[in-house]
Write a protein that binds this ligand. Structure first.
Ligand SMILES: NC(=O)C1=CN([C@@H]2O[C@H](COP(=O)(O)OP(=O)(O)OC[C@H]3O[C@@H](n4cnc5c(N)ncnc54)[C@H](O)[C@@H]3O)[C@@H](O)[C@H]2O)C=CC1
Ligand SMILES: CC(=O)C(=O)O
Ligand SMILES: [Mg+2]
Length: 468
């Protein structure tokens, strides 16, 4: 279950109530007081800030319980998650101060003109003389934000800022959120191409399918910097990493398992492609209207049409409930609460369920954990967090360091194997199939694997010093 922290400012009349009554009311309503700060204390009244750890969506119950107490005034309630977003979460910081005219003439005019001319003569110098070599655009149109859907570019911004923070903290990559006010494929492609000169890479984020496929393919063809749709490939890479380890835990081989993937959008298509490349022989892709079957006609969706031609895709039609029976693996990248315990119980023994819709998984984790052998979500509050945050920082660190032209399939497979290998055979178990995002080996190993594969496949334009 997810928890949140709220800070409640209370004015208490000491003649009518004591703090013990407050603590017991909070606890009865489902909260847990974790700290108390006295703001003002007098003989009759005091004002205190109490921090309460409270289960998701239970905060109103706790506040209502406090409001009903005699001698209490709830002065203010602040939610720590909202506080963390106040004013946005990132800023631009200069690398040196401008203290005098001499500094000014170096970083700005007239000195800067010589640097600009040098880049004009040799465009490649943008990599050594500007932020290009370490800067990635995180671009969205706000149409498939987490599992929240088409909530618009402004509402997508907190997620993009969060991605930018993770890029910087985990891999030292400077990432900038760009939220576009258009859903038009051609306009998105044109805009990204037009802003690309300052960036060393483009991370596409939360752009809904099927537009995301064309946008990525065209940009990858038309730009000479890496373009990576995180929801497609970041997710597929981390799923394959988790699955390789989960299969070892349950003692099944990838070529023998039957895999149901629910939600064949951006993430689902790429997961299916990568599972086939990794050796899956029995695949059941399922979307809203049921299974996508071998030989079916899907003229409206080129990626579904491609899937329907793959020999490993089953030809049995049906709803999720009709096709899940006997499956060894369920991978959900669709939306919250679409899978019941009864559905999961139809699966094979030693089943593996990755319920990755964010923020609400396909099945309630508390229910699922009782009936599956290996369970994972995209969330940080349960064991086995399968989230593309394990991928994009290291992939871009590697791609920027070797100045890769693109991020190709061998680089992606190498990244998946590198993530899986962070968990050793001794450490691996049902609760630990995937490393934590705070495990420092993750970015280092993914970077190394990505650079090696880029060099081997000829897309690296620079050999980083530690590879010479
Ligand atoms: N844990 C992680 O790292 C990641 C999780 N996700 C999650 O996966 C979900 C999908 O993300 P995207 O692929 O980017 O979105 P998308 O919008 O491209 O695709 C969603 C697909 O799910 C299908 N769908 C919706 N309801 C369904 C249902 N009841 N049954 C079967 N299919 C259904 C839609 O028709 C669509 O094809 C979101 O909840 C997102 O948060 C996505 C990327 C990474
Ligand atoms: C994690 C992520 O990128 C998503 O849920 O869309
Ligand atoms: Mg995303």
């Amino acid at each position: 279950m997810a928890y949140n922290s709220i800070i409640v400012r209370l004015e208490m009349n000491h003649e009518r109530i004591n703090f013990g009554n407050v603590a017991s009311a909070v606890s009865k309503a489902g909260g847990d007081i974790t700290s108390i700060d006295v703001i003002r204390s007098g003989q009759l009244n005091s004002v205190r800030d109490i921090t309460i750890h409270v289960a998701d969506q239970k905060d109103t119950e706790v506040i209502d319980a406090l409001k009903q107490l005699p001698g209490i005034v709830v002065v203010n309630v602040s939610d720590q998650t909202f506080l963390a977003h106040l004013g946005g979460k990132i800023e631009v910081t200069p690398k040196m101060p401008i203290k005098n005219r001499d500094d000014l003439s170096k970083v700005y005019t007239p000195g800067v003109a010589r640097v600009s001319n040098a880049i004009h003569e040799n465009r490649e110098k943008a990599y050594s003389l500007t932020i290009k070599r370490n800067t990635v655009a995180v671009v969205t149109d706000g149409t498939a934000v987490l599992g929240l859907g088409d909530i618009g570019p402004e509402a997508a911004a907190p997620v993009m800022e969060g991605k930018a923070m993770l890029f910087k903290q985990l891999a030292g990559v400077d990432a900038f959120p760009i939220c576009l006010n258009t859903k038009d494929t051609e306009e998105i492609i044109r805009t990204i191409k037009n802003i690309s000169p300052i960036f060393g890479g483009i991370n596409l984020e939360d752009i809904s399918s099927p537009r995301c496929f064309e946008i990525e393919t065209r940009l990858a063809q038309e730009l000479d910097i890496p373009v990576f749709h995180d929801d497609q490939h970041g997710t597929a890479i981390v799923v394959v990493a988790g699955l390789l380890n989960a299969l070892k835990v349950v003692g099944k081989r990838i070529e023998h398992v039957r895999v149901v993937v629910n939600g064949i959008g951006a993430a689902g298509v790429s997961i299916c492609k990568m599972l086939l490349a990794a050796g899956v022989t029995r695949l059941v892709p399922v979307d809203r209207e049921g299974a996508i079957v071998r030989g079916g006609g899907y003229d409206h969706h080129p990626m579904w049409a491609w899937l329907a031609q793959q020999p490993q895709v089953e030809d049995k039609a049906g709803t999720l409930q009709e096709v899940i029976g006997g499956a060894d693996v369920f991978i959900g990248v669709s939306r919250g609460n679409v899978l019941s315990a009864a559905d999961v119980e139809q699966m094979a023994s030693d089943r593996i369920v990755f319920a990755m819709a964010n923020p609400t998984p396909e099945i309630d984790p508390e229910e699922a954990m009782k009936i599956v052998r290996v369970f994972a979500t995209g969330r940080s509050d349960y064991p086995n967090q399968i989230n593309n945050v394990l991928v994009f920082p290291g992939v871009f660190r590697g791609a920027l360091d070797c100045r890769a032209r693109s991020i190709n399939e061998p680089m992606k497979l190498a990244a998946a194997r590198a993530i899986a290998a962070v968990v050793t055979a001794e450490e691996r178990n049902e609760q630990y199939i995937i490393p934590s995002i705070f495990n420092e080996q993750v970015v280092a190993k993914v970077r190394r694997a990505v650079v090696e594969a880029a060099i081997l496949t000829g897309v690296a334009r620079r050999i980083p010093p530690d590879f010479r």
